[in-house]
Design a protein around this ligand. Sequence first.
Ligand code: ADP
Ligand code: MG
Length: 240
Amino acid sequence: MIKVAGMYKCYKDVDVLKGIDFEVRKGEVVVVIGPSGSGKSTMLRCLNRLEEPSRGSVFIEGTDITNPKTNINHVRAEVGMVFQSFNLFPNLTVLENITLGPVQIRRENKLSAMKNAENLLEKVGLSDKRDVYPGSLSGGQMQRVAIARALAMKPKIMLFDEPTSALDPEMVQEVLQVMRTLANEGMTMVVVTHEMGFARDVADRVVFMDGGRIVEEGIAEQIFRAPIHDRTKAFLEKVR
Ligand code: ADP
Ligand code: MG
């Protein structure tokens, strides 16, 4: 589903990504961990071209999205993204937040977009919130709406950038539960998170980044029990 080869990202004279090679198979859940500033968000953002890699290629289902001829709106519709900061439209109701993309970008008919949005709200446990504005929701509820909104575009891949980092502790699990369900349904997912419990239970693979590089990757059990690199060990000791 995703193949990244020799990807670099430089801002002016700062190298943020220094040669990333990375693959994700269909239905796989990959958790990306690493210290702050290691390039996790930048890498994720390059996967749907919110950022443009300075060098290298990013293939999504065989399409090179770094090719200027690639329709980037099409790519963004296939690759959903959920951010730490929800980014809901405050002046639209929950339902309108979810139907906006499908109607405006996917040109879906309004009624079917509404039906789908209602199903998604049920899935994330928020059917009773369809007509309220985001301002009246808790952080956990907002994030679940953000997930529903991303899913409404019928993406083939979901990217999550620290989806629970801005939440009060009691709301973390309700969001992780929605993500677990999604993973169980076979969604291809790349998740940047510090939730090691989630990584252990849900990840097929864990990738540890540091200094703009992938230092180590492997199955979660192996990375947590017996990390090979000292930097991985040091990081895991801090977050455990
Ligand atoms: P992480 O998500 O792992 O915390 P980021 O990808 O956000 O890391 O950032 C990696 C590095 O890139 C940091 O040193 C950050 O300061 C730098 N960086 C990120 N975005 C920009 C930008 N737009 N301009 C310059 N430097 C940036
Ligand atoms: Mg980040």
